[in-house]
Design a protein around this ligand. Structure first.
Ligand SMILES: N[C@@H](CCC(=O)N[C@@H](CS)C(=O)NCC(=O)O)C(=O)O
Length: 252
């Protein structure tokens, strides 16, 4: 049995979507952040960072696998639900392929570059040793400017992947060539790495969702990200997660 320790709209949404996409039976365990339970002694035993999510996988006769870090959880779920017989359901490109290398690159970039800037935007006071509102506001503004750059980077990567996608390819190379100027208007109905949906998609979706209330430049306002996010919202697994977590529209 798999248990996902979650809080609505937190990073736990990323593996939650992956679990739904893979059709794995799982149990959701609420870590009530409103009661600071992510810092409780019991939760810290699972995740010493006091962060959400944590996945606990129990297999009879084996010690529990306790895993934190959204990207690691998603990769583990993709690895353990990989099928050579039914490759269409796999959520990572084949081992050793260029597409898989790009998947690693994007997952790490999302986790170590984009996600920390979002945290800095929402919690700027954590990053300065003063309560001076002008200083705190400056940290927030700088984070928002960097996030705008990250969204632009995702948007142009999507443009390239639309340009490179071929119906016969299992996984399009995510960064094959410089984008063609004409590609700006192309909406190939594709996913982040090309024709095939991967665990990168729920990660991109969730971080983009966190910009939905930005007064300027939310992810949905970018030319390629906008339609892409709508394709994500149309996926039944994404809809099930948004409903189960009790999220209010606008979802993205
Ligand atoms: N890189 C970690 C980050 C997790 C993370 O920052 N989670 C946030 C919720 S979105 C959290 O638990 N914050 C609580 C806190 O910082 O006190 C992951 O993706 O698992």
């Amino acid at each position: 049995m798999v248990k996902l320790h979650y809080y609505p709209s937190n990073a736990s949404m990323i593996p939650h979507i992956v679990l739904e996409e893979l059709g794995i039976p799982f149990e959701l365990v609420l870590v009530d952040r409103s009661q600071n339970l992510h810092k409780s002694a019991d939760y810290l035993k699972l995740n010493p960072n006091g962060k959400i999510p944590t996945l606990v996988q129990s297999t009879p006769g084996e010690p529990d696998l306790v895993l934190y870090e959204s990207a690691a959880i998603c990769l583990h779920l993709a690895d353990t639900h990989h099928s050579d017989a039914k490759p269409a359901g796999n959520l990572m490109p084949p081992l050793g392929s260029a597409a898989r290398a790009h998947a690693y690159k994007w997952l790490l970039w999302l986790a170590d570059t984009f996600q920390p800037d979002i945290m800095m935007y929402y919690y700027p006071e954590r990053y300065v040793a003063t309560s001076d509102l002008a200083v705190v506001g400056g940290v927030k503004a700088q984070a928002q400017a960097r996030i705008h750059g990250h969204l632009a980077q995702l948007d142009s990567a999507l443009a390239r992947s639309a340009f490179s996608a071929r119906p016969t390819q299992d996984f399009a190379d995510a960064e094959p060539t410089e984008p063609d100027a004409a590609v700006g208007s192309v909406d190939g109905g594709h996913w982040f790495l090309g024709q095939r949906y991967t665990v990168v998609d729920p990660y991109v979706f969730t971080l983009c969702r966190w910009t939905r209330n930005f007064d300027t430049g939310p992810a949905r306002s970018f030319p390629h990200l906008g339609p892409y996010l709508q394709r994500m919202v149309a996926r039944p697994a994404v809809q099930r997660v948004c409903v189960r977590e009790g999220l209010q529209p606008q979802w993205v």
